[in-house]
Write a protein that binds this ligand. Structure first.
Ligand SMILES: Cc1ncc(COP(=O)(O)O)c(C=O)c1O
Length: 377
């Protein structure tokens, strides 16, 4: 494997982002196998590379899109469908999961009769005015303690306000198709899922009692990736979700989820190259040709902890690994155990870097970012 990476880096140059489509397919199939009653909407935001969308589309995935552009990326896959099949695909397999959508987006997607989330009264008015064809899913605020990225401080209606927001949507002629939540990304605390399902089921049952034909329960993302050996396996979480959903919801509930990270994180490896080496205040700094403004962007907002390994052996010491830009913020890690004898031109490898990485890479300081190499397509 190491030899292969060196060969690829020599052939294509660095930084090189190697995306393994066999692994994406494997992740999708593992998800479907563990959660057979849950329709998987890939959260495109995790990595919006068009080839990933294509691979998952061919696997039969559905899609969670955050913006009009992401919607069009998915829509490109069905360009040649007949009108009726297109409409069905959009209705059945795409959800706009961003609770706040600007009016231009709403205007543009009106003709597609999209399914979309909301979490407040002003959004209802906006949707009614600019996209009255939409089907709605109310996003609830749920506990997200201990997840790598917490979501509930920015999104979700208080459960106590849920019925009023559902009534308000129906009162103005819109239809609420279901409820959603997000327990926070990289959620290793299963209580978040059980609590969220419990909260959702109470509101779901209240809707049914009121005569609303509520049918969708969207459990969002958060499905953990094995970044380390402590991360729980999907089968363990699935066991909890499968039994809780069976216990809490009627048989005709439509369960959906929006896994992002789970599908792509383990499918990519980055090979970067040391371009400079300096001792600063006694600490060894390796300057590499990728950084926080590029493939390692997830460090900032995804709270991702990077991993590095070198091909060369040698006595290790605590080093800093920093990016190529002139900004001192561009420090990927200030405490990485690496051999002290690495030289300019030596390669570093970072695994499990497929999610929230190239998705938010910039061109800051004029650096292009990593070349993407697709394997096993
Ligand atoms: C609404 C929504 N759904 C799904 C996801 C994907 O989450 P994850 O990558 O944890 O699966 C996100 C991530 O930000 C999100 O905001």
């Amino acid at each position: 494997m190491k030899n292969d990476l060196v060969k690829l880096a020599r052939k294509y140059g660095t930084p090189l982002f190697i995306l393994d489509h066999a692994k994406i397919r494997e992740n999708f199939r593992a998800f479907k196998k563990s959660l057979p009653t849950v329709q998987a909407y890939y959260a495109v935001k995790a990595n919006s590379n068009q080839e990933i969308i294509k691979t998952l589309f061919n696997e039969g995935a559905s899609f969670d899109v955050a913006s009009y552009n992401e919607f069009i990326q998915v829509h490109d896959q069905i360009q040649n469908y007949r009108k009726k099949d297109k409409e069905f695909f959009i209705w059945d397999k795409i959800i706009f999961s961003n609770t706040i959508k600007d009016k231009d987006t709403l205007r543009k997607i009106k003709k597609y009769k999209p399914l979309m989330t909301y979490d407040n009264a002003d959004e209802i008015k906006k949707i009614k005015k600019y996209c009255p064809t939409a089907g709605l899913v109310l996003r609830l605020k749920v506990p997200d303690t201990g997840s790598q990225v917490e979501m509930s401080s920015k999104f979700g209606a208080e459960p106590g306000d849920a019925m009023a927001l559902i009534d308000a949507a129906f009162d103005c002629g819109l239809t609420v198709e279901g409820l959603s939540f997000h327990v926070g990304s990289q959620c290793t605390n299963f209580d978040n899922f059980t609590n969220a399902l419990q909260i959702t089921s109470q509101i779901f049952n209240e809707c049914r009692k009121k005569g609303y034909a509520t049918k969708i329960v969207d459990m969002g993302g958060g499905f953990p990736v094995p970044y380390d050996s402590y991360a729980p396996k999907i089968e363990q979480l699935a066991h909890v979700i499968n039994s809780e959903t069976k216990r809490l919801f009627p048989d005709d509930v439509e369960l959906i989820a929006e896994p992002g990270r789970f599908m792509v994180a383990t499918a990519a490896t980055l090979v970067s190259e040391i371009i400079g080496k300096a001792r600063r205040d006694g600490k060894l700094f390796y300057h590499i040709n990728d950084g926080v403004y590029h493939t390692f962007s997830g460090i900032v907002y995804d709270h991702w902890i990077p991993n590095f390994s070198a091909f060369k052996r040698g006595k290790t010491e605590v080093c800093a690994v920093v990016g190529p830009t002139c900004d001192s913020f561009d420090k990927i890690s200030v405490s990485e155990q690496l051999p002290g004898n690495l030289e300019i031109g030596d390669l570093l490898v970072t695994e499990n870097i497929g999610a929230y990485s190239i998705a938010s890479s910039t061109k800051f300081n004029g650096f292009d970012g990593a070349r993407i190499l697709h394997i096993n397509k």
